[in-house]
Write a protein that binds this ligand. Structure first.
Ligand code: EPZ
Length: 416
């Protein structure tokens, strides 16, 4: 397991370009099963979670070719409907293969998924939606056996706009005769990207980005070629790094409207932002002012995935910042590492109060999850002295060679 050695206290200056979206490419890779043909996917990031998804595709019988950031999947011979426990535990989005395999192979024997430990991460909404569409699902000891019954489209109302449950329902509904409406669907940009990918295969899907998605299933699907959207959370992470370290940073290949809730906060605390096309440039003062209140919400609200990096920034802001985490009940695990660096953070339930300090001090810390690890890295970059961040594998799940990106901005980060 590698470690990042960070010598902090350096201003950032330079340009970094954002890679393809992890949370978009993972459901899209799963969806390549459905057309029993060839899918060419561009802007595919080099991430541990992408490697895990490719391993699953190969295991079920797909042929997968990787050429730089282009991944080609041939799902003609996908036939093995059983994904072993160790593969399912690698990441949360392995659960999305359930819907894709039901649609493409009419069977899926999987296990409850792994992924970041962010508190309870049930999949009840996924299972109830797939059963409503006609799947027979038997759960026993963490194993989930799905078999397609008479799959018919119908209205599916999600009790919560779950990203994963929306994606699993979309993937399954594509193979259900008739009309499916997903009501109270997640509205994240990654949902729209999945819709656009499915449409590129010949599926009839519309409404993604709104709370109601309509699918007319049972269409014959064909080969496709598609480009994945940029990763909005990586973009947010780089902007938070610039704001906490100070300096001038340009973040390229961003879709600005995907992170308006983040850029509006960065803009409000004293940083000057300029947005030109897909480039966001930020000029940050010595010490930004505090962030009054951040509530994480389903899109288009403030994204829970940007809460840890923004909290890292808040630890050095001038004043007290408040965070209310409404999506996951275990998403403050980065607080202990930030506190070890000298941050002044009080957590009460889902509320965190961050009293900004003038100085953070480098020290050994351990990444606990993907975005929490990124938060520790940007805090270490702004801290005085040396930090060692262990369990970097968590960070590598969602950021491609993050030390290279940060060094391109002038930080001193080495992987050992
Ligand atoms: C996706 O996770 C993302 N992961 C997460 O990103 C992201 O934080 C999350 O959406 C919210 O935006 C991927 O896309 C691979 P949810 P997902 O279902 O689908 C509850 C990252 O760092 N819930 O929208 O698991 C759940 O417990 C990761 O990139 C149920 O109760 O999120 C949570 O409280 C972390 N029952 C809330 O809904 C269910 O059946 C939101 O979960 C499903 C979810």
């Amino acid at each position: 397991m590698s470690t990042l050695i960070v010598n902090g206290g350096r201003k950032l200056d330079g340009r970094v370009s954002v890679h393809g979206s992890k949370n978009s490419v993972l459901p899209i890779l799963a969806a390549t099963i459905i057309n029993s043909g060839t899918s060419v996917i561009h802007n595919c990031p080099k991430l541990r979670d992408v490697d895990a998804a490719i391993d699953i595709l190969k295991y079920i019988g797909c042929r997968v070719f990787v050429d730089g950031d282009t991944v080609t999947v041939d799902s003609k011979n996908a036939a093995n409907f059983e994904i072993p426990y160790n593969m399912m535990r690698e990441m949360r989005s392995s659960v999305i293969f359930m819907g894709a395999m039901l649609a493409g192979m009419r069977k899926a024997h999987v296990f409850t998924p792994g992924g970041c430990e962010l508190g309870a991460r049930p999949i009840d909404l996924h299972l109830s939606a797939l059963r409503a569409l006609g799947a027979h699902i038997h759960e026993e000891g963490g194993k989930i056996k799905c078999e397609a019954g008479r799959m018919r489209g119908r209205d599916i109302v999600l009790a919560f706009p779950s990203v994963g449950a929306t994606e699993n329902t979309m993937l399954t509904a594509v193979a259900c005769e008739g009309k499916t409406r997903i009501i109270n669907a997640a509205r994240e940009p990654e949902i729209e990207d999945l819709q656009n990918f499915l449409v590129s295969m010949g599926a009839e899907v519309s409404g993604a980005g709104s709370s109601t998605i309509v699918i007319y299933g049972g269409k014959k699907l064909h080969d496709t070629e598609y480009e994945v959207i940029p990763d909005r959370i990586c973009a947010a992470t780089f902007l938070c790094a610039a704001a906490i370290c100070g300096g001038n940073v340009s973040v390229g290949n961003v879709i600005p409207e995907h992170i308006e809730t983040v850029t509006s906060i960065i803009d409000s605390i004293g940083c000057s932002l300029s947005i030109k096309g897909r480039d966001i440039t930020v000029r940050c003062p010595e010490r930004p002012s505090a962030i009054r209140l951040v509530r994480t919400m389903p899109y288009p609200g403030f994204p829970t995935d940007a809460q840890p990096p923004l909290m890292a920034l808040a630890t050095k802001c001038n004043g007290t910042s408040m965070f209310v985490e409404n999506i996951f009940d275990g998403r403050y695990r980065h607080v202990s590492g930030l506190s070890r660096m000298g941050a002044d953070i009080k957590v009460e339930g889902n509320v965190a109060m961050v009293c900004g300090v003038k100085t953070l001090f480098g020290c050994p810390v351990e990444a606990t999850d993907l975005r929490g690890g990124a938060a520790l890295l940007i805090a270490a970059m702004a801290a005085e002295g040396k930090s060692e961040i262990s369990k970097v594998c968590h960070i590598d799940r969602g950021y491609a060679a993050i030390e290279k990106s940060m060094c391109a901005l002038g930080a001193d980060v080495k992987r050992v």
